[in-house]
Write a protein that binds this ligand. Structure first.
Ligand code: 5GP
Length: 213
C-alpha cells in the first residue's frame, strides 16, 4: 500500500475510507414492544441512518402511509417480488407477508451508509445467513403483561389478533440467543441511548477498521 493511501485512509477521506461499507443493524422484538418508537427517536438523533421500508401484504392501519410505513402490495405482487429475487428476506407474520427490498439495503451499504431493518425473527435469521457482519439487536418488553397492555392500548388489532401476536411474541423470545445485543424497552430515552451505544461500539470494532491500514 502506498504511503499516500495509508495517510488518506487513516484520515478517513482517502480511497480506502470511501470503500468502507456501512453497517447493517437489525432490530427485532415482539409486536407492540415499541421497536418502531425507538427507531423513530433514533432517526431523529442520527438522521444519517437509513431505515429500510418493508413490503407487506397486510392492510394499512389508520395513519400509515404508502412508501413511508410500508410498501403495501397484493399477495400476487409480493409473490412476484419473491420469485424475482427482489427481497433480501421475507416471512409470514400473523396474517400477512413482510419482506425487505434487497436493492435499497445493498446500495446504501455500498455507499457506506448504516442501514436499519425493523423485522421479525425468522427474517432476521435469513439476513444473518446472507449478509456478513450484520448487528442483531433484540428489544424486550419489561414483562409479557406490559406487552399485552401495549397491544390493547394501540387499538390497531382485534382481540383475536392480539392473542395471536402475544403467542408469536412468546415464540420469538426463543430466538433471543441468536442476537448480539438485547435491551429492555421500559424507558424510551434509555433504550435509544443503548442502541446508540451499540452503533458507536460497532464502529470501533477492529474488524470494521482493518481496511484503514
Ligand atoms: P406490523 O404488522 O405490526 O407492522 O409488523 C408485524 C411484524 O412484522 C413486526 O415484528 C415487524 O417488525 C415485522 N416486519 C416488518 N417488516 C418486516 C420485513 O420486511 N420482514 C420481516 N421478516 N418482518 C417484518
Amino acid at each position: 500500500m502506498e504511503a499516500a493511501n495509508l495517510i488518506e485512509g487513516i484520515s478517513g477521506t482517502g480511497p480506502l475510507a470511501a470503500r468502507r461499507r456501512g453497517i447493517l443493524f437489525v432490530m427485532s422484538g415482539p409486536s407492540g414492544v415499541g421497536k418502531g418508537t425507538i427507531v423513530k427517536a433514533l432517526l431523529k438523533l442520527q438522521p444519517e441512518l437509513k431505515l429500510s421500508v418493508s413490503v407487506t401484504t397486510r392492510q394499512p392501519r389508520p395513519g400509515e402511509e404508502e412508501g413511508v410505513s410500508y410498501f403495501f402490495r397484493t399477495p400476487e405482487e409480493f409473490q412476484r417480488m419473491v420469485s424475482a429475487g427482489e427481497l433480501l428476506e421475507y416471512a409470514q407474520f400473523a396474517n400477512g407477508f413482510y419482506g425487505t427490498p434487497r436493492r435499497f439495503v445493498e446500495e446504501e451499504l455500498l455507499r457506506g451508509h448504516n442501514v436499519v431493518l425493523e423485522i421479525e425473527t425468522k427474517g432476521a435469521i435469513q439476513v444473518k445467513e446472507r449478509v456478513a457482519n450484520g448487528v442483531f439487536i433484540f428489544v424486550l418488553p419489561p414483562t409479557m403483561e406490559e406487552l399485552h397492555e401495549r397491544l390493547v392500548k394501540r387499538q390497531s388489532e382485534a382481540a383475536e389478533a392480539i392473542r395471536q401476536r402475544l403467542a408469536i411474541a412468546m415464540d420469538e423470545l426463543n430466538y433471543l440467543p441468536f442476537y448480539d445485543y438485547q435491551l429492555v424497552n421500559d424507558d424510551l430515552e434509555v433504550a435509544v441511548k443503548k442502541v446508540q451505544a451499540v452503533i458507536l461500539a460497532e464502529h470501533c470494532r477492529v474488524v470494521r477498521n482493518l481496511s484503514t491500514y
